[in-house]
Design a protein around this ligand. Structure first.
Ligand code: CP
Ligand code: NVA
Length: 300
């Protein structure tokens, strides 16, 4: 049975640590290898992407493999052909599949029927590849993950779900601050031992890192007006950053909607690490490909 990465919960703590260690090594050595020589990965995207598409493709090239980009509309995912049949076809031609999908069930169904590893390149429920880059960035800046105090301010969305799962494995102490009605699932909070407070000022107190993401995720465009109203007061401003711990860093998975979830002043300010975080998407994607498709042992 192939291993999949549909959510961070598909990993255990040792495997998560191994992926980060490999990513650190790849970054340090500007690694180029041949783990994927002669191997092809199919990349299906139902939604737009800059970072995920580019880093998966570049990472594949750095490991000697080849990536085929498939626009889900052209493939007719679930319309021209069932997800099951598309998975069964692709699995006969390629060594791995990454998929960015509207509904998480689609990526689960691809995994069920492909017969090759499937990597979730973002679904409505999870964004595991992002969380790996986030953890690498936190580790680089704070020297550790266990005990790191991370304040997440904004929407209880896919990006937060993966961060919470990562916290459960790494010992990060997460405080979540969302408006009422936008909280993450209780099980995710419980598994991570995370704290939920609705007041962002209280959430960021003594935080080592402040994280936010867009208020309107892809696929939620029709809720824009309501969301922009409901999230008033949750913008990460210089004042909010000043209320965090001294030396706190700011993270955002990007793309950002400046003036909504974060001001430009914070995003381009001295505490921001958003472009290091984006860079780390490449190193962590490469680590995932090397371990999942390239035969690199999990023990490092
Ligand atoms: N952060 C992230 O996943 O970016 P893209 O949507 O551009 O891939
Ligand atoms: N929560 C955002 C993340 C984009 C990378 C979305 O799903 O659109």
């Amino acid at each position: 049975m192939p291993r999949h990465l549909l959510s961070i919960a598909d990993l255990n703590a040792d495997e998560l640590a191994a992926l980060l260690k490999t990513a650190e090594r790849f970054k340090k050595t500007r690694y180029r290898g041949s783990e994927l020589r002669g191997k092809t990965i199919a990349m299906i995207f139902e939604k737009p992407s800059l970072r995920t598409r580019t880093t998966l493709e570049v990472a594949t090239v750095h490991l000697g493999g080849y990536a085929v980009y498939l626009d889900a509309k052209n493939v007719g995912l679930g319309e021209r052909e069932s997800v099951r049949d598309i998975a069964a076809n692709l699995g006969r031609w390629v060594e791995g599949i990454s998929a960015r999908v509207n509904k998480h069930e689609t990526v689960s169904s691809l995994a069920e029927h492909a017969g090759v590893p499937v990597l979730n390149a973002l679904s409505d429920a999870h964004h595991p590849l992002q969380a790996l880059a986030d953890l690498l960035t936190l580790k680089e800046n704070l020297g550790r993950l266990a005990g790191v105090r991370l304040a997440y301010v904004g929407d209880g969305n896919n990006v937060l779900a993966s961060l919470l799962e990562a916290a459960a494995l790494s010992g990060m102490e997460v405080t979540v601050s969302t408006p009422v009605g936008y909280e993450p699932a209780g099980e995710l909070l419980d598994a991570a031992g995370a704290r939920l407070v609705h007041d962002p000022l209280e959430a960021v107190r003594e935080a080592d890192a402040v994280y936010t993401d867009v208020w309107v995720s892809m696929g939620q465009e029709e809720e824009s007006e309501r969301r922009l109203h409901d999230f008033q007061g949750y913008t990460v401003t210089p004042e909010l950053m000043n209320a965090a711990g001294a030396g706190a860093v700011f993270l955002h998975c990007l793309p950002a909607h400046y003036g909504e979830e974060v001001t430009r002043e914070v995003a381009y300010g001295r505490q921001s690490r958003i472009f290091d975080q984006a860079e780390n998407r490449l190193h962590t994607a490469k680590a995932v490909l090397a371990h999942y498709l390239g035969g690199l042992a999990w023990s490092g």
